[in-house]
Design a protein around this ligand. Structure first.
Ligand code: COA
Length: 162
C-alpha cells in the first residue's frame, strides 16, 4: 500500500490545502493529513480544533485520514510506514524554505521522499494567516475556507478577537 503524509500547521485548513489533499489522494492508496507543530508559530486554533476542521472537510474522501503528532515529521513518516510526504508549492518564495526542510527530512529519514504539487493558481497567494486577518476585519472568507467549516471558523475568530 502506498501511503503519503500531508503535514502542516493548518491554522486553519483552507481551500488551498483541500486542493492539495484532493489531488494527492488521487495519487496514493492512503493519504494522512497530519497537524504538526511549527515551533516558529503560535497557533490560534488548538490542535483538536484544527484536526476536527480537517476531519469535516475530508469526510467524503475514502482514502484520507486525519491525525496529529507532537514530534518530528521524519519520525512520524517512519511510524506510519509512509514512503512520501506531499507539500504544496505556491510562489517561488516557498522554494528555499521547502528545499531546506526536504533536505533536512531526508537526512533524518533517508527512506522518505518529498513530493511537491504546484498549488492551483487561484490559491497561489493564500495562507492561513491571511485568512485569519481577513476574518478579523469582517471580510467574506467564503472563497478561501470550505463551506462546511466557514461559519465555525468565523465565529471562533470573532470570539478570539483575531
Ligand atoms: N494553500 C494555501 N495555503 C498554503 C498552502 C496551500 N496549498 N500550502 C501552504 N500554505 C500556507 C500555510 O497555511 C501556512 O500559512 P501560515 O504561514 O499563514 O500559517 C504557510 O503556507 C506555510 O505552510 P507550510 O510550509 O506547510 O508550513 P506550516 O507551518 O504550515 O507547517 C510543518 C510546517 C509543521 C510541516 C513543519 O514545521 C514540521 O515539519 N514540523 C514538525 C517538526 C519537524 O519535523 N521539524 C523539522 C522540519 S525540517
Amino acid at each position: 500500500m502506498r501511503i503519503a503524509i500531508y503535514p502542516g500547521s493548518f491554522d486553519p485548513v483552507t481551500k488551498g490545502h483541500l486542493d492539495i489533499i484532493e489531488r494527492a489522494a488521487g495519487l496514493f492508496d492512503k493519504l494522512i493529513v497530519v497537524v504538526l507543530t511549527n515551533p516558529a508559530k503560535t497557533p490560534v486554533f488548538s490542535v483538536e480544533e484544527r484536526v476536527s476542521y480537517i476531519r469535516r472537510i475530508v469526510e467524503k474522501l475514502d482514502n484520507v485520514e486525519t491525525d496529529c503528532f507532537d514530534g518530528l515529521l521524519a519520525d512520524y513518516v517512519k511510524l506510519k510506514g509512509a514512503g512520501a510526504i506531499v507539500k504544496g508549492l505556491r510562489a517561488m518564495s516557498d522554494f528555499e524554505y521547502e528545499f531546506q526542510m526536504a533536505l533536512t527530512n531526508k537526512q533524518l529519514n533517508p527512506e522518505m521522499e518529498t513530493l511537491f504539487l504546484i498549488t492551483s493558481a487561484e490559491y497561489m497567494y493564500l495562507s492561513s494567516s491571511i485568512v485569519r486577518q481577513l476574518a478579523s476585519f469582517g471580510a467574506d472568507i467564503s472563497r478561501f475556507i470550505p463551506d462546511e467549516i466557514r461559519d465555525i471558523i468565523v465565529e471562533r475568530l470573532r470570539k478570539a478577537g483575531k
